[in-house]
Design a protein around this ligand. Structure first.
Ligand SMILES: Nc1nc2c(c(=O)[nH]1)N[C@H]1C(S)=C(S)[C@@H](COP(=O)(O)OP(=O)(O)OC[C@H]3O[C@@H](n4cnc5c(=O)[nH]c(N)nc54)[C@H](O)[C@@H]3O)O[C@H]1N2
Ligand SMILES: Nc1nc2c(c(=O)[nH]1)N[C@H]1C(S)=C(S)[C@@H](COP(=O)(O)OP(=O)(O)OC[C@H]3O[C@@H](n4cnc5c(=O)[nH]c(N)nc54)[C@H](O)[C@@H]3O)O[C@H]1N2
Ligand code: SF4
Ligand SMILES: [Mo]
Length: 858
C-alpha cells in the first residue's frame, strides 16, 4: 500500500441507503473538498468535506449550490457536425481526418488548441502529449494566458521554477496578510473565511487590501489602499526602498541565497514618500502605516491575484512583490511568503502538466534540449515541439489572418472571455475547422463551432485537480453521464488513435493517464524539478480511486504528504541556486489612453455568486438573486456629471465596441473609475460582454491581457420604452434580437427578462406580445390584457389551461411591478377566471405583504 498519510480503503461509502462520495469543487482555485450524498431516489446533496485540508468542511455559496447547477436542460447531449447530430464514431472520424488534411495542406503550425482551467489533469496530459509530441507544435493557448501567466513568469524569473513557495496555513500563521488585486471575499470565499476566523481568534492580526476600489474584501480589512490603477510596481518599489532605508533587509539571506539586490535597489530610486503617496492617489498616513507594518512584521504573506496578473505590467508587479520578500528573507517559512492565488479549479494542474504554449511537460522547459530529450524519450514520440506556441491573444490573431486553419476549444468560451471579443467572433467565423468540446448546449462560442463534442460535467467527470497550494485532489463521478457525453481525455485519445497514434494514446482510464503523468514527473528528475509525484506512478486502479488529497512533491519511496514550503534555505532552481531580484521600472500609475473621447477607466472582474460566462451558475435562481442584471458601478460624482441616475441603463463605449448595462452608484468606486462584471454573455443579455470593449494590450513578458484598465466613455441610454416579462421557461434569445437592452435571469418559478428599447412603447408591446405568444406553441392559450391609461402601461397575462405561461408589462417609464410577487404566481393554479385579472396589477393586493423589489435595479 502507498504511504499516503490519509489513505482510506474507499471514499464512496453506503450507509442506510445513502451513498457518500468525496470529490472536489469545480469552481475556484481554493480547491475545496465536497461530500456528495446520494439518496436512494438519486437526489444529490452537497456539503463541505470536513477531512479536506483546503476547506475543513466549509463551502461558499457557489460550492453549496453545486447540486442545483447540475441542470439537465442546458446540456450538449450528442456530437454534431455542421449542426447535424452524429455518432461519436462519425465525429471522431471527421475530426481526425480534418486535422490530418489540415496538417498535410498547411503544416503542423496551422493547428491549435484552446483549453481552460475547468479541465482535469488527465485531460491536459493527453492534449499536451498529442500537440507537443505528435503534432510537434506548442500551439496550446491555455487559461493561464488569461489568468496566471504573469505569476508563472514572475516565479520563473525569480526562482527559476514555477513553484508557489507557501501554503494556506501560512495565511493563518501570518501576523500581516497583504491582499493585492484580490477580491478574496468573493472569489476565494473559503480562504477568506479561514483568514477571518483566524483574525477573530487573534484580533492583532493585521489585514491590508490594495485595490483601486473598495471591495467586500476591503470592508473586512484594517487598511485599504485604493491606489491608482497599475500603481502596484510603484508601491512595492517604494516598499523595497523603505525596507532598505529602515535596516530591514536580511543580510544573511541576501548574501547566501539571492542575487540582484543592487540593481533592484537602483531601479526603485528614492522618491520622497509624500510624492509617492500623491502619485499612488492615497494619503501619506496610509502609506506610512502600510510600509511601517510590513517593515516591523516578519510574518507577512503577500497574496495576489488578477489585479496584479492582468496588467501590462503584470509580470513586473509579481517580481516587485517577490523582491520585497527575497530582500527580507521572508519566504518559505511559516506565515511568510509571496502567494499567487490561482483562479480556476485546476489552473495549477495546467501548469504541472505543462499544457501551456510556453512550457513542455511536468515543469520541463521547451527551450532546454535535455528536457526535450527526456520528454520525447519518455513518450517515445515521433517528434517534440521546440519553440513556444501561440498565446491566447496571438492564437486568435493567427486564426483571423489565416495562419491557423483548425482550432479545438475545450472548456473555454473565448467569445466572452478574450479581449476584443467581437474580433474573436469574426476570427472563428473565418476558421475552416472549429471543434468545441462543451458541457453546455448553449454558449456564445458554440455558435461558431463546426464540430460540437459533448463533454462530461462536474459530477460525471473523474480525475484529479490541483489547487493554489499544490494540493492534488480527486474529482469523482457521482452520477451517470447524460446522453452521449464523454470525458475530454477520451475524445482526444480517440482522435489520436484514429490518426494512427495508438501507441501513445491507447488509454482506457483516467487512472492510467495519471500514472503516466506521475512517472514522467519523476523521469530523470533526481530532485532537479520540484514537481515530482513519482510515488503515484505505480498506483493500482484502486489506489487511484481512493486517493486522498496530497501535496507535491511526493517522490517515489517517500511518505506523503503534508503541505511543503520551499526556499526557506534557498535552493532556487537557477544555475547558481540563488533567487533573482529584478530591477523593476515603475511606470506612472493610471491609464495612458485616457482622452476627451474616452475619459474613464474601466476595471473588470467578478461577483460573489456567478461564475464566468454563467453556463452553470446563471441557471440557479438562488445564485442569480445576488446581482441579477449586468451592471456597472460608478461613483455618484461621475454619475452626476454624466446625467445618470441609479438604475438607469447606460452605454459604455471603447474604441472597440459599445455595451449596455444598468448603472449602480456607489462610493466604493474612485471617481473616474468604473467597474463591470465579466459574467453576462450574449446568451443572457443583449450587449453586455465587457471583453468586447477591452483592447489587446498585453504584458510583454507573459502575454497576459490588460483586462483591468481600459479607457472608455459613458453615457445614459435614452430608452423610449421599458419592459418586464416573466416566463415559465428560458426563452430563446432570438426573441429579443431587435430589442436594444435585455437581460434574463432565472427566478424560482421561471425566468424574468428586463428590457428597454429605442422603439415606442406601443410598438415594443405589440411585437413582444406577438413573439412571446408565438413561442408558447400552445394548444389553447388564453390571453388577458389591459392598457392603463393613467400611466400608459400595458399589461398582459397568458394562461394555458390553469397555468400562467407568461406575464408582460411594457411602459414608457421603468415598469413598477413586484418582481418576486409575479414570479410566485407561476406556482399557483388559476382555474377561476374571475380572479385572473389580479395578475395584471403586478403586485399583491393591499392585504398581502410584498417583500421583493418593484423596479429593475440590480
Ligand atoms: N465568484 C467567483 N469567484 C471566482 C471566479 C468567478 O468567476 N466568480 N473566477 C475564478 C477565477 S478564474 C479567477 S482568475 C479568480 C480571480 O479572483 P480575483 O483576482 O480576486 O478577482 P477579480 O474580480 O478578477 O479582480 C480582483 C481585484 O483586482 C482589482 N484591481 C483592478 N486593477 C487593479 C490594479 O491595478 N491593482 C490592484 N492592486 N488591484 C486591481 C479589482 O478592482 C478587483 O477587485 O476568481 C476565481 N473565483
Ligand atoms: N475583462 C475580463 N476578462 C477576463 C477576465 C477578467 O477578469 N476581466 N478574467 C479572465 C480569466 S482569469 C478567466 S479564467 C477567463 C474565464 O474564461 P473562460 O474559461 O472562457 O470562461 P468559462 O465561462 O468558465 O468557460 C468555460 C466553459 O467550459 C465549459 N466546461 C466546464 N467544464 C468542462 C469540461 O470538463 N469539459 C469541457 N469540454 N467543457 C467544460 C463550461 O460550460 C463553459 O462554457 O476569463 C478571462 N477574461
Ligand atoms: S471557495 Fe472556491 S472551491 Fe471552495 S466552495 Fe467556493 S467556489 Fe468552491
Ligand atoms: Mo481565471
Amino acid at each position: 500500500m502507498k504511504k499516503n498519510a490519509c489513505y482510506r480503503a474507499s471514499t464512496t461509502q453506503r450507509w442506510a441507503g445513502l451513498m457518500k462520495t468525496n470529490t472536489t469543487c469545480p469552481y475556484c482555485g481554493t480547491g475545496c473538498g465536497v461530500t456528495v450524498d446520494q439518496a436512494v431516489d438519486g437526489t444529490l446533496t452537497v456539503s463541505g468535506d470536513a477531512s479536506h485540508p483546503a476547506n475543513r468542511g466549509r463551502l461558499c455559496a457557489k460550492g453549496s449550490a453545486l447540486a442545483e447547477t447540475l441542470n439537465e436542460d442546458n446540456r450538449l447531449l450528442s456530437p454534431e457536425i455542421d449542426g447535424q447530430q452524429v455518432s461519436w464514431y462519425q465525429a471522431i472520424d471527421h475530426v481526425s481526418r480534418a486535422l490530418e488534411e489540415t496538417i498535410e495542406a498547411y503544416g503542423r503550425e496551422s493547428v491549435a488548441f484552446h483549453i481552460s482551467g475547468q479541465l482535469l489533469t488527465e485531460d491536459y496530459y493527453v492534449i499536451n502529449k498529442l500537440v507537443k509530441g505528435w503534432f510537434g507544435t506548442a500551439n496550446i493557448a491555455s487559461n493561464s494566458d488569461l489568468s496566471m501567466s504573469s505569476s508563472i513568469v514572475g516565479h520563473q524569473r525569480a526562482f527559476g521554477t514555477d513553484t508557489v513557495p507557501g501554503c494556506y496555513e501560512d495565511l493563518e500563521a501570518a501576523n500581516l496578510v497583504v491582499m493585492v488585486g484580490s477580491n478574496l471575499a468573493w472569489c476565494h470565499p473559503v480562504l477568506h473565511q479561514r483568514i477571518l476566523a483566524e483574525k477573530q481568534r487573534r484580533p492583532e492580526m493585521f489585514l491590508v487590501v490594495i485595490d483601486p476600489r473598495r471591495t467586500a474584501t476591503a470592508d473586512c480589512a484594517d487598511l485599504h489602499l485604493a491606489i491608482q490603477p497599475d500603481g502596484d510596481c510603484l508601491l512595492f518599489n517604494g516598499l523595497l526602498a523603505y525596507l532598505a532605508s529602515h535596516g530591514k533587509l536580511d543580510e544573511h539571506y541576501l548574501e547566501h541565497h539571492v542575487s540582484g539586490l543592487k540593481d533592484a535597489l537602483r531601479a526603485v530610486g528614492d522618491m520622497p514618500m509624500p510624492r509617492l503617496a500623491e502619485r499612488l492617489g492615497i494619503n501619506l498616513q496610509q502609506l506610512e502605516i502600510f510600509y511601517g507594518r510590513v517593515a516591523f512584521t516578519p510574518k507577512t504573506v503577500t497574496l495576489y491575484s488578477q489585479g496584479v496578473n492582468q496588467s501590462e505590467s503584470g509580470s513586473d508587479k509579481v517580481n516587485a512583490i517577490i523582491n520585497c520578500h527575497l530582500a527580507t528573507g521572508r519566504i518559505g517559512k511559516p506565515g511568510m511568503g509571496p502567494f499567487s492565488i490561482s483562479g480556476q479549479s485546476n489552473a495549477m494542474g495546467e501548469r504541472e502538466v505543462g499544457s501551456l504554449a510556453t512550457m513542455l511537460a511536468a515543469h520541463m522547459e521547451l527551450d532546454k534540449p535535455q528536457h526535450r530529450d527526456i520528454v520525447q524519450h519518455f513518450w517515445d514520440s515521433p517528434r517534440i515541439a521546440g519553440k513556444a506556441g501561440l498565446s491566447a491573444v496571438e492564437l486568435f490573431d493567427a486564426i483571423a489572418d489565416g495562419r491557423i486553419k483548425a482550432v479545438w476549444i475545450l472548456g473555454g468560451n473565448p467569445v466572452v472571455s478574450l479581449p476584443q471579443a467581437d474580433r474573436i467572433k469574426a476570427a472563428l467565423q473565418s476558421c475552416p475547422l472549429v471543434i468545441v468540446s462543451e458541457v453546455a448546449s448553449r454558449t456564445d462560442t458554440l455558435d461558431y463551432a463546426t464540430v460540437r463534442l459533448p463533454a462530461l460535467s462536474w459530477g460525471e467527470k473523474d480525475g484529479t485537480t490541483s489547487n493554489s497550494e499544490r494540493c492534488i485532489s480527486r474529482q469523482r463521478a457521482v452520477k451517470a453521464p447524460l446522453g452521449d457525453a464523454r470525458a475530454d481525455w477520451w475524445a482526444v485519445s480517440q482522435v489520436a488513435c484514429r490518426m494512427g497514434f495508438r501507441c501513445g494514446f491507447n488509454f482506457s482510464s483516467a487512472a492510467e493517464i495519471f500514472r503516466e503523468h506521475a512517472r514522467l514527473s519523476a523521469s530523470d528528475n533526481h530532485g532537479s524539478r520540484h514537481f515530482d509525484i513519482g510515488a503515484c506512478g505505480s498506483f493500482s486502479d484502486e489506489e487511484y480511486q481512493s486517493l486522498q488529497p496530497f501535496y507535491w512533491p511526493w517522490r517515489e519511496g517517500r511518505t506523503s504528504v503534508k503541505p511543503v514550503r520551499f526556499f526557506a534555505k534557498g535552493h532556487y532552481r537557477t544555475p547558481d541556486n540563488k533567487a533573482r531580484m529584478l530591477p523593476i521600472a515603475a511606470a506612472r500609475p493610471g491609464n495612458r489612453d485616457l482622452s476627451d473621447h474616452y475619459p474613464l477607466v474601466l476595471n473588470t472582474g467578478r461577483i460573489r455568486d456567478q461564475w464566468h460566462a454563467l453556463s452553470r451558475t446563471g441557471y440557479s435562481p438562488r445564485l442569480s438573486a445576488h446581482l441579477s442584471e449586468p451592471f456597472i458601478t460608478m461613483h455618484p460624482y461621475d454619475a452626476l456629471i454624466h446625467g445618470i441616475a441609479d438604475g438607469d441603463i447606460v452605454q459604455i463605449r471603447s474604441p472597440h465596441a459599445a455595451i449596455l448595462m444598468r448603472a449602480m452608484l456607489s462610493d466604493e468606486q474612485t471617481p473616474g473609475q468604473l467597474f463591470a462584471p465579466i459574467h453576462w454573455s450574449d446568451e443572457f443579455a443583449s450587449q453586455a460582454r465587457v471583453d468586447s470593449l477591452i483592447g489587446s494590450r498585453t504584458d510583454p513578458h507573459s502575454a497576459q491581457p490588460a483586462f483591468k484598465n481600459q479607457a472608455v466613455s459613458l453615457q445614459r441610454f435614452a430608452a423610449h420604452s421599458h419592459g418586464y416579462a416573466m416566463l415559465r421557461h428560458k426563452p430563446d434569445r432570438q426573441l429579443f434580437a431587435d430589442v436594444d437592452y435585455w437581460a434574463m435571469t432565472p427566478v424560482i418559478g421561471g425566468w424574468q427578462i428586463e428590457f428597454a428599447s429605442l422603439q415606442e412603447a406601443r410598438e415594443l408591446d405589440t411585437s413582444m406580445a406577438m413573439r412571446l405568444t408565438k413561442s408558447m406553441q400552445p394548444c389553447c392559450i388564453e390571453p388577458l390584457s389591459c392598457l392603463d391609461h393613467a400611466n400608459g402601461m400595458r399589461r398582459m397575462a397568458v394562461f394555458e389551461q390553469d397555468r400562467l405561461q407568461f406575464l408582460l408589462f411594457t411602459s414608457e417609464t421603468p415598469v413598477p411591478v413586484s418582481r418576486s410577487w409575479s414570479a410566485a404566481q407561476f406556482e399557483a393554479l388559476w382555474n377561476q377566471r374571475s380572479t385572473r385579472w389580479r395578475l395584471l396589477a403586478g403586485r399583491p393586493s393591499i392585504d398581502q405583504p410584498d417583500t421583493g423589489r418593484s423596479t429593475a435595479t440590480v
